[in-house]
Design a protein around this ligand. Structure first.
Ligand code: ARG
Ligand code: GLU
Length: 710
């Protein structure tokens, strides 16, 4: 009975599969155009991506190495998330100018701050080069030979292309190595910081609200792209001028209603939608729960001490954020996969695939494919688990991780050039200062006790670093570790560095924290990696075949390739959702929610007096919704992932509605299986962004540069 029920669920959900699912290649968007227009879109695929005339793609950039941004004026003005600009805002901050806390606004172009090292990349053209890349590949080739042949072809095609273009040329695999596309990119390296709100707006709700709806974060920052006088990319120079894009995005002040068509245009980093059931099961029910449990225990310890002491709260804020981001996301993956029967749905699909395979001998290629997946993933599991313990338990013991910085120094010999040694020492001095600035030993001791106990209780002896096998009593070991290791004391570390000589290495080599580190790394290098590597290679091969098989089995279906940090279009509707029985989320939040969440004692929930004043006077200008309130954020059923941060979310006319910055944790399974019932992306409403710029910060001149559609 349950089986039948699930089958029906599966059939219905796959029938409904317009489903917002899929990260589409802009160059092939004509195949989605009809569906997009049926959903409400009023522009064409050609308006979104064209190489013959300007199109929306000319306004979309890869921001730095990990986010998306969009150009919103003819003067290269660029919007992205606050959390994407964070590092650059931080780099420009000092005690006198604390832009993270207070925000920053360049009141004219001379005040804009150069960000050396920051680049933005604009896609100029994309071409299918599958045939050329795979031309010398045969089915009989070994995997190594296959890869070498492909690498060689890619090298040749790129070299040939480079002769006739000024753009940066690269080729990337799509559909798990079944297709290859060539990308022509232009990379701009003079990018300047123009403005950002204070963190209590740009990061409002902090890590507590991260991944969570309802959300009230004004997650945006503003940059400007500069070019040389001819509009070409150039390194920073006072002579550079604002870059004039072929197209900038227009901005809609109309907002979006529930059910409205919307699409996101940006750079999603990685999804795995075509994994077999066994892999999804392993991820959701073995690996993620271990990582969540280990990180949860560490976060509990952080919380306990952070609550007791303001200084500790600040010291551990960023570490907490780092661990907490994955912790919450993976919790959502497990919850979503299980609640929505993700593994069972995959299994039904696989049954159909098997049946299809055995219809004709021509498909013998795929015989036993799924059986082989089962075997390989079973083989892989203990090593994946071991790796999960190592990275989440072992290396989160800070004293051990920190000691690892000294590993290279511990190996210098009398022959090592003095210059190299001096360099090492100088950089270790810096690392030491940075480490102790944010280090609180009682936390680390408790983390060490808890994580080492976890290890000993839950990992068999041959799946843990060897030093653990000598520990008889964890408490006693930890006590000795912190007593004997120099890495527990800044003074001792500095003293050691001050008087360093190669003949004094014994002290380092015998240090228990460094020994623990070496044991962990040795275990990874000698036991885990050599075993995982070949299994993963074989899985990659199976995965490539399985992808090909699925595409053959369903020739009518439009498949979308997994995200790989190339430009994609994803679409769906502006809509809320029901995460649980009895819970119904509206699709938008307002400034009222910020006032509700306000708590002057909790850093994440401090509200600026100026914002309160505007709220009390309802001074929203033209940025208010027609319901009279100030909308802050909204959700949509658009398929996004990491890297889509800062991506524009656009309406049926291709006008900017907001900036994507997160997903709801209940639907983070969308990296493995997308389900439009539960997967929602979260965007900050562009009207809130402009309201903050204009009314809150008085940077009206920036809004005036943009094309506003009222
Ligand atoms: N969850 C988002 C992402 O995965 C936002 C992270 C930054 N924001 C934060 N509060 N930590 O990148
Ligand atoms: N915050 C993510 C990022 O920085 C986007 C959220 C997601 O993973 O969907 O890319």
């Amino acid at each position: 009975m349950k089986k039948l029920h699930l089958l029906i669920v599966f059939l219905i959900t796959s029938m409904m599969a317009f489903a917002g699912e899929g990260m589409w290649i802009p160059m092939l968007l004509q195949y989605n155009e009809k569906e997009m227009q049926e959903m409400g879109m009023r522009i064409t695929a050609d308006d979104i991506y064209s190489i013959n005339h300007s199109s929306l793609k000319d306004a979309i950039v890869l921001f730095g190495g990990g986010c998306t941004g969009e150009i919103v004026s003819d003067y290269g003005l660029l919007l992205t998330n606050h959390h994407c600009g964070y590092d650059w805002i931080q780099k420009h901050s000092s005690v006198e100018h604390d832009y993270l806390t207070d925000g920053f606004w360049a009141m004219d172009r001379s005040q804009e701050l150069p960000c050396p090292g920051l680049s933005v990349t604009i896609l100029r053209e994309m071409r299918d080069v599958t045939k050329q890349v795979l031309q010398h590949v045969t089915d009989e080739m070994s995997e190594e030979k296959r890869q070498a042949t492909i690498d060689q072809s890619i090298k040749e095609i790129v070299a040939e292309m480079e002769k006739s273009t000024k753009y940066k040329v690269s080729i990337k695999p799509f559909f798990l190595g079944n297709e290859y596309y060539l990308l022509l990119n232009e990379v701009f390296t003079d990018v300047r910081l123009v403005g950002c709100p204070p963190s209590n707006i740009g990061k409002f709700g902090g890590d507590t609200d991260n991944w969570v709806w309802p959300r009230h974060t004004g997650d945006f920052s503003v940059f400007r792209v500069y070019a040389d006088k001819d509009g070409h990319p150039a390194n920073y120079s006072v002579d550079n001028v604002p870059y004039k894009p072929a197209k900038h995005l227009d901005i809609s002040l109309k907002g979006a209603e529930e059910g409205d068509f919307a699409f996101v245009f940006g750079y999603p980093a990685r999804t795995n939608e075509y994994l077999p059931a066994v892999a999804v099961d392993q991820e959701a029910n073995v690996i993620d729960p271990i990582a969540v449990r280990l990180r949860g225990e560490i976060l509990d310890i952080y919380n306990k001490y952070q609550e007791q002491d303001k200084k500790v709260r600040i010291q551990y804020a960023s570490k907490h954020a780092g661990l907490g981001n994955g912790w919450k996301k993976w919790m959502g993956v497990t919850e979503g996969i299980n609640h929505f029967h993700g593994v069972e749905k995959k299994r039904y699909y696989e049954e159909a695939f098997e049946k299809w395979c055995y219809v004709t001998f021509q498909r013998s290629f795929y015989f036993n494919l799924l059986q082989q997946f089962e075997e390989k993933y079973k083989e892989l599991e203990p090593y994946r688990v071991a790796y999960t313990y190592l990275s989440n338990a072992g290396l989160n013991i800070e004293i051990i991780d920190f000691a690892g910085n000294f590993n290279k120094l511990s190996q210098v010999t009398a022959d090592t050039p003095q210059e190299d040694v001096d360099k090492m020492i100088a950089s270790l001095r810096k690392a030491t200062q940075a480490f102790f600035k944010d280090y609180y030993q009682p936390i680390d001791e408790e983390v060490a006790r808890t994580m080492l106990s976890e290890y000993l209780e839950n990992q068999p002896a041959d799946f843990r670093p060897s030093f653990l096998n000598e520990i008889k009593d964890v408490d006693a070991y930890v006590e000795q570790l912190f007593k004997k290791s120099i890495f527990a004391s800044e003074e001792q570390v500095n003293d050691f560095l001050d008087h360093f000589k190669p003949n004094k290495l014994k002290k380092l080599q015998k240090d228990p924290a460094l020994q623990a580190y070496q044991s962990m790394i040795g275990f990874y290098r000698e036991e885990v990696n050599p075993k995982m590597g070949p299994i993963n290679k074989e899985i990659d091969r199976l995965q490539r075949l399985y992808m090909k098989g699925q595409m053959q089995m369903e020739p009518e279906k439009r498949f979308s390739p997994d995200a790989n940090f190339t430009l994609r279009v994803t679409y769906g509707k502006v809509e809320g959702f029901k995460p649980q029985d009895g819970k119904n989320y509206r699709h938008f939040t307002t400034l009222d929610g910020i006032m509700e969440k306000e708590n002057p004692d909790i850093y994440d929930y401090v509200v600026e007096p100026r914002l309160k004043e505007l709220y009390n006077n309802k001074d929203y200008g033209r940025y208010a919704d027609k319901d009279g309130t100030m909308h802050v954020a909204f959700t949509a059923s658009v398929h996004t992932t990491g890297g889509n941060s800062g991506s524009p979310i656009l309406n049926a006319d291709g006008q900017l509605l907001g900036l994507n910055f997160d997903r709801c944790w209940e639907g983070t399974m969308s990296d493995l299986i997308y389900d439009s019932a539960i997967c929602r992306n979260i965007s900050v409403d562009i009207r809130y962004v402009l309201f903050i710029m204009d009314k809150f910060a008085g940077a009206r001149h920036l809004v005036d540069e943009m094309t506003i559609v009222e």
